[in-house]
Write a protein of this length. Structure first.
Length: 243
């Protein structure tokens, strides 16, 4: 039996995490917290270790240290068991099924859910959140624009009824106006009670919507704090704006 999570404790707790690929260690003693119903930005340049952290959280690579979700250790669990707990990833590059329709892609996100009425309700909620997906539900996902595909990837994750949605490089290759629309969507998702861990190279876009943030460099967390404080931190501005 899993002990009840103390009131006010983080939904996700990562302590002294070390992970990598083969003999190569990428993450070095990484510790972060994500509280329920907040947006946390994990930012840094390409190669900082952000995606490696998400892969460790999703049990896709081996790791050492401690990861706890809702008070439960993830040690020994596999990727499907972590998904079943409500930790759902929106992968970098969307990774849609290009030759399947938009609606078929969304239904893939609900493959573990047995209540067909609830799945249908989730579809309609996603179509309300992303009207363009409702208009194009019969269109092949691979024929949509990059921004529409990113909407589809987020909607597919929401179909799994996540407790924690981990979004990897959402802004990659997208126009700023589309990124702003997607950031508004993440804010709306958070208002619905879904916790979001947003992993981004676009540092200041991520911080604009987040409650708190962590800055990673070469596999380590080098800054943490409120998103507002990090956005005006001279060292962060110097590193990512050249100020």
């Amino acid at each position: 039996m899993t002990a009840a999570r103390p009131e006010g404790a983080p939904l996700l707790e990562v302590r002294n995490l070390v992970a990598g690929y083969g003999e190569m260690s990428v993450l070095r003693e990484v510790s972060i917290d994500v509280r329920a119903a907040e947006i946390v930005a994990l930012v840094g340049s390409n190669g900082a270790g952000k995606t490696t952290l998400l892969r460790a959280l999703s049990q896709l690579i081996a790791w050492h240290g401690e990861i706890r979700f809702d008070g439960r250790s993830l040690a020994g669990l596999d990727a499907d068991e972590v998904f079943a707990l409500g930790m759902v990833q929106v992968p970098e590059g969307r990774q849609l099924f290009d030759r399947m329709t938009v609606e078929e892609n969304l239904l893939m996100g609900a493959y573990r859910r047995g209540d067909l009425a609830a799945v249908r309700d989730a579809l309609e909620r996603n179509y309300a959140l992303f009207p363009v997906l409702g208009e194009r539900r019969r269109q092949l996902a691979g024929s949509m624009s990059g921004g529409e595909q990113q909407m589809c990837a987020i909607a597919r994750a929401l179909m799994a009824s996540p407790r924690l949605m981990m979004v990897d490089e959402m802004s990659l290759g997208l126009a700023p106006v589309i990124v702003d629309e997607l950031l508004d969507v993440l804010a709306a998702i958070r208002e619905q009670g879904v916790t979001v861990l947003l992993v981004e190279q676009d540092v200041f876009s991520a911080l604009s919507v987040a409650d708190r943030g962590y800055v990673m460099e070469t596999g380590r967390v080098v800054r943490e704090g409120s998103a507002k404080a990090l956005a005006v931190d001279p060292e962060v501005q110097r590193a990512y704006l050249g100020a």
